[in-house]
Design a protein around this ligand. Structure first.
Ligand code: PEP
Ligand code: MN
Length: 349
């Protein structure tokens, strides 16, 4: 940490900062400039928060040299985290980027879900997604079939062998969702639901953590840190777009640059969700490609057998023929990128 003192900080103010730093095990090095005095605090302590220092008399600013997330940080672990599933599928590192597809929410039409799952399997996708517990902006909208939806996903898994990704909204459903899910999704709206992060941190399932619509990359990584701090290091980040001033043409502003930024600062895998990221079918292919080229470890795309009848996010869901067409092209790109990835070392600087 570097503590920058106010221009008119007194000797007493400076000494108080040095004292508190030393009390907390830091080495304090004083630099007296022409205008400001700056104190270098050397050490690796967590017991003294920058906010506490910032509140002291005479302190102008506290700058962190190290990122506040530790477990998620590249400094702690330079090699990429790879998450492996029982059937040999892997996410992260030099592995082939994965595809996670399926409807926004699971509805009563099991045949429709199965049609999507079969098409996904044929196109080499590894995961079937579908919400059984849906976060909805309006309380009047369909909010999922609950356990029935999970059972339908399990049935589709049995028939296709696809792994299941589904959202958890409430800690009290954790055991239930864990019984069916291969990956637990924490939705964008719950990215900073710290109790929920703590619960999934205490379980052993991989977690897809979606970026909050108004969250910084640092907040995103700190949310992952909460899960990891509670014991679960199997976190897959998901960029799904941010709220922006311009929603005339897109639902969200998909932050493609977050992918290489996160790769630089964290060892965790990150996937891209162009469906929620744009809200527009015609943007899914270019944005999925952009995300993959930027280094994403996978894509998540909404597909419905009959989008006009979908109970959520029909407008952005691909039809099965559209999905087939787009993924045949996406798969060639994924193959090319995979070849490059596996033959080149991962450059993080
Ligand atoms: C979803 O995946 O259907 C979903 C609700 O996503 P998000 O949390 O990113 O809005
Ligand atoms: Mn959705």
């Amino acid at each position: 940490m570097i503590i920058i003192m106010e221009k008119f900080a007194t000797e007493e103010n400076i000494q108080s900062v040095i004292n508190i730093l030393q009390e907390h095990g830091f080495r304090a090095i004083l630099h007296r400039g022409a205008v400001h005095t700056v104190i270098d605090a050397l050490g690796d302590k967590t017991s003294l928060s920058p906010q506490r220092l910032e509140a002291m008399d005479g302190v102008s600013q506290v700058k962190l040299i190290r990122e506040p997330f530790r477990l998620a940080s590249r400094d702690r672990k330079s090699e990429d985290t790879v998450i492996e599933f029982e059937n040999g599928v892997k996410i992260g590192g030099a592995n082939r980027p994965v595809s996670i597809v399926g409807p926004c929410s699971v509805d009563e039409d099991y045949n429709g879900l199965l049609q999507v799952a079969v098409a996904a399997k044929e196109l080499g996708c590894q995961f079937l997604r579908g919400g059984a517990f849906k976060p909805r902006t309006s309380p009047y909208d369909f909010d999922g079939l609950g356990e029935k939806g999970l059972q339908l996903l399990a049935k589709a898994k049995e028939e296709t062998g696809l792994l299941i990704v589904t959202e958890l909204m409430d800690s009290s459903d954790l055991d239930l969702v864990c019984n069916y899910a291969d990956v637990i999704q924490i939705g964008a709206r719950n990215m900073q639901n710290f109790k929920l992060l703590k619960s999934v941190g205490k379980c052993n399932k991989p977690v897809i953590l979606k970026r909050g619509p108004a969250s910084t990359i640092r907040e995103f990584l700190l949310a992952a840190e909460h899960i990891m701090y509670n014991g679960n290091e199997k976190v897959i980040l998901c960029e799904r777009g941010l709220k922006s001033f311009d929603n005339d043409y897109t639902r969200n502003l998909l932050d493609i640059s977050a992918i290489p930024v996160i790769k630089k600062y964290s060892h965790l895998p990150i996937i891209i969700d162009p469906s929620h990221g744009t809200g527009q079918r015609y943007l899914i292919e270019p944005m999925a490609k952009a995300g993959l080229v930027a280094g994403a470890d996978g894509v998540m795309v909404e597909v419905h057998h009959n989008p006009p009848q979908a109970l959520s996010d029909g407008k952005q869901s691909l039809t099965i023929p559209q999905f087939k067409e787009i993924f045949s092209r996406l798969n060639s790109l994924i193959d090319t990128l995979h070849l490059e990835k596996s033959s080149a070392p991962n450059i993080v600087e």
